[in-house]
Design a protein around this ligand. Sequence first.
Ligand SMILES: [Fe+2]
Ligand SMILES: [Fe+2]
Length: 456
Amino acid sequence: MNAQFLYVGKEDTFSKTLLERFQKAGFPGLSPHGKKKVFTALSDSSVGIPFVLLDSRQVFPSLITLIHMVRKERPVTPIFVIYDHSPPFSETELRRVGVSGQIHRSIPIDKVVDFINPFRVKTKDFDSQSKPMIMSSGESNKSEGDYVTVATLDMLSCSPPLFDLFVKTPSGKQVKVVSANEAPEIARIQNYVKLGLPYLYLKREAKVRSLNYLSLVENTLPTQARLNLELRFLHLAGQATDFIESTNELAGSAGAFQKATDFLDNLFGFIHSSKNSFTEIVSHFLQSASELEHSVNVAMSCALLAKNAGFETYHSFWQLGLAGLLHDIGKAKLPENQRHRKNSKSWSEGDWSEYRRHPKLSADTLSTWPEIDAITLQSIVQHHERRDGLGFPKGKGAGEITPFAELIGISDEMALLSDLYPNESVQTLVNILHKQNGNGFSQKTWDTFIHTFLPT
Ligand SMILES: [Fe+2]
Ligand SMILES: [Fe+2]
């Protein structure tokens, strides 16, 4: 039988056990990584997807973007969300975004299997009796007038679909066979599969309505204070990661820049309009910092420091956040092994001097972007300068380094440490940072940093 479920999330003991357990029961699963692979798996119309499991810790694409992707390609496949701390959605919101259930990661695998319950249909029956269901590529989601198709195999778990479903009679008429929000009879779905009926139909209008709602949530999520803080935070991180991923392809073009602006607008709204306390927001950031892409980590840290450093106007926030996102863009011009300080143990003096060129390379690249102003460029070129004169590329001293450059610099050092020591406490990381750079930053920068990340 041509059906497999999808698990999209981090690989850990939970996901491995889950994939093995379902495999044993005759439901093979696939665990694609990255936006492109997830899309390829979802759009493979030769395979039915009876259910999808999404990890709420997923940063890129973020949970809500994933839900949108699944709904677009697989309108009736049930979606289940695996979460760690608190459930990402309230009961009402769960129904609105079309998620069938939320499962805490700590529950035993057998209970997860019972909860998803894809075994109501005896899969072996189909292998021996069903006619082959041939779905040529590109056939899924095809349009027929006011209707679009869905793979019958996507209904295999008999979960209540979000939409009314129809079959087409030989005369070409659409007849409703499953009602929205009602679990269909197993025998009926079994019968369609046995008859070799590859598609069911749903009204295009209903699908468009559901996708429009998801787009709305996706675009405004970070500032929707009523929704889960973790969900909003991870969505922001996903948006910024999307920008970083696309900068290489789109460098300097309006498309890439618009993504950065959308992220910074949302980040500003997230920090300034949130009902959650600033401390709560900071603690969410610190929890995820070691898993964020480096530049995303630095930009988020800069944005949080900006609030306590007095750069609260939108313009200065935007300049600092953008500089944080783009500070290392010049590294793309260096060979891979000279880009990351965490690999520096094996570096020769030559490697070091190449690495020290990157702030200037970043500024050179960005000087061709009309949207980047002189202050942003200056803070980027100075992000490795230190007040004790030990920085680079110029070895500048106290009084010569801009406050923005110092905030990017201290965020950069913290991001490196959270990457090197993902399991250490914030206090330990701050201690290491202070030991290495105590005289590298002004007292004001240190005060802002401590006040933000180690509030008393
Ligand atoms: Fe750097
Ligand atoms: Fe950096």
